[in-house]
Design a binder for this molecule. Structure first.
Ligand SMILES: Cc1cc2nc3c(=O)[nH]c(=O)nc-3n(C[C@H](O)[C@H](O)[C@H](O)COP(=O)(O)OP(=O)(O)OC[C@H]3O[C@@H](n4cnc5c(N)ncnc54)[C@H](O)[C@@H]3O)c2cc1C
Length: 450
């Protein structure tokens, strides 16, 4: 089968290579020209490229299953798998992989280099303007310089992709109301990482904002401060002086970014709008909008990146699409319907989880207490395990994305009881939101950066 994949991001490259290894002839088209000879890669059009990425175990599993030597390449490039120590009853079972410390830049460079070497895959640079249609079926794509024929067009065009937009019902969701500012640093040779409270780094949730550190590959880490997008006072965090002052004021960020431990290697990076969106394959009437055109990856589902679910939901989709194509590639309508049904069941719940969680988070960041008259959002159910460790068994599979958000229902009554009893998640040491806003105002007035 001739396949055109539009988009050479993680989803497009992974899907293309997996299909080529099953005998399909695949052309991947992207407007991006790839890394420059000096190794830098601005990656315009993918705003998150230089923001922190954490890779969940499912990403490693996808590579190990489909592209095992690419997994080896990733390790050679410095990516660090994080494993959980085997428990007492594990009888010598291997340690369980939990996550991979790796920059997006490192991950995508390795994937792209592998795709360039992959027999059966051709990488083509160009902007795809439209899908070609003949007798009601996709027959290829037209780029700014050529036409590429295909039996199947896969749109892995990411969260901002517009290709084929009119062929499916509008996306559900939208802006998640949370904004990011981040910066990358490099640990000095021999310096130890700073304080950690999860396998990839450190997260501290304050009433009004969140600070996160993600440890990546090769001694590089990112710091993040997340806030409500409508908190105008904290918008000044995008200014270098303000971000640096905040990093000195928040104790765990201060420990990580202490100049004796690490130096910044990027500018302060303001994040664009963060979305929670889900858009299936079907049109407003519930039919396949254009047989032969399938959407995958962020083009289907995008979630607030605070807990790093995007590449996992993307590669889970890619693997399912490849599986379905292995059954009967000629039945493109059946394939699309089956893929859409699978995504509705297995991917949409992660979107719905974030929509509710983020709305509740913003409400609490605005000063409201936990509302026990409404269902508890997932983050509060998870947090309640600090008060009752027996809940860990119930929330663990959800945290690892091994069980869908509905699995938290079993923990819900006990978590509600804990909050009704007056327990609240402990607030870490550090500035309050108002103190951070005051500090932002002070440094913004003296800031040299625009
Ligand atoms: C701030 C931020 C932080 C994130 N952090 C994490 C994290 O920690 N962990 C995690 O798992 N996920 C994270 N994500 C999500 C992750 O980045 C996405 O899930 C991932 O990029 C999806 O890959 P994709 O290949 O589907 O889309 P993309 O990476 O967006 O790639 C789409 C590609 O399509 C190309 N394209 C689009 N339209 C056209 C066209 N018409 N013609 C030619 N080319 C086209 C684009 O140039 C681009 O290369 C984060 C997202 C954001 C916004």
């Amino acid at each position: 089968m001739r396949v055109v994949v539009v988009g050479a991001g993680p989803t497009g490259l992974f899907t293309a290579m997996a299909l080529a290894r099953r005998g399909h002839r695949v052309t991947v088209v992207d407007r991006d020209t790839g890394p420059r000879p000096d190794g830098s890669w601005p990656r315009r059009g993918v705003m998150q490229f230089h923001h922190p990425h954490a890779l969940r175990a499912q990403v490693a599993e996808a590579l190990q299953a489909e592209l095992p030597e690419v997994w080896d390449d990733l390790l050679d490039a410095g990516a660090e798998p994080v494993t959980a120590a085997p428990g007492p009853g594990s009888l010598g079972a291997p340690a369980e992989l939990m996550a991979v410390r790796c920059r997006r830049l490192t991950f995508e460079r390795v994937l792209r280099a592998a795709a360039e070497r992959q027999p059966g895959v051709v990488l083509h640079t160009g902007h795809v303007d439209e899908v070609c249609i003949d007798r009601g079926r996709a027959t290829g794509v037209r780029t700014d310089c050529t036409t590429l024929d295909a039996d199947l067009v896969i749109a892995a065009t990411g969260r901002a992709g517009r290709l084929g937009a009119a062929r499916r019902a509008p996306a559900r969701g939208g802006d998640c109301g949370i904004a990011y500012v981040s910066r990358q640093y490099r640990l000095h040779p021999g310096a130890q990482p700073g304080p950690m409270n999860f396998p990839l780094g450190r997260t501290d949730l304050y009433p009004g904002y969140q600070s996160i550190v993600f440890l990546h590959d090769n001694g590089i880490f990112s710091t993040v401060i997340a806030r409500s997008s409508d908190d105008r006072a904290l918008a000044a965090l995008r200014l270098t002086e303000v971000f640096e002052a905040a990093a000195r004021a928040v104790p765990t960020l201060a420990a990580w970014t202490d100049p004796t431990r690490a130096d910044p290697i990027t500018a302060v990076l303001p994040g664009g709008r963060l979305h929670n969106t889900y858009q299936g394959q079907l049109d407003d009437t519930g039919a396949v909008g254009l047989p032969g055109l399938v959407f995958v990856g962020d083009a289907v589902c995008t979630t607030n990146p605070a807990v790093g679910r995007g590449i996992t939901t993307s590669l889970l989709q890619a693997r399912q699409l490849v599986r379905l194509l292995g059954r009967d590639p000629s039945d493109v309508v059946g394939l699309t319907l089956a893929f859409d049904a699978w995504c509705s069941e297995n991917i949409a719940p992660w979107f719905e989880d974030h929509v509710y969680w983020d709305a509740e988070q913003r409400r609490r960041w605005g000063g409201a207490d936990i509302d026990l008259t409404r269902p508890l959002p997932s983050d509060l159910i998870v947090a309640a395990a600090q008060a009752d460790p027996a809940l860990f068994d119930l929330v663990g599979p959800y945290l690892g994305m091994r069980a869908l958000p509905a699995s938290l229902d079993a923990a819900r009554p006990r978590a509600a009881e804990i909050y009704a009893g007056g327990w609240r998640p402990p607030v870490p040491d550090g500035p309050t939101r108002d103190e951070l806003a005051a500090l932002a105002a002070t440094y913004a007035s003296t800031s040299a950066t625009p």
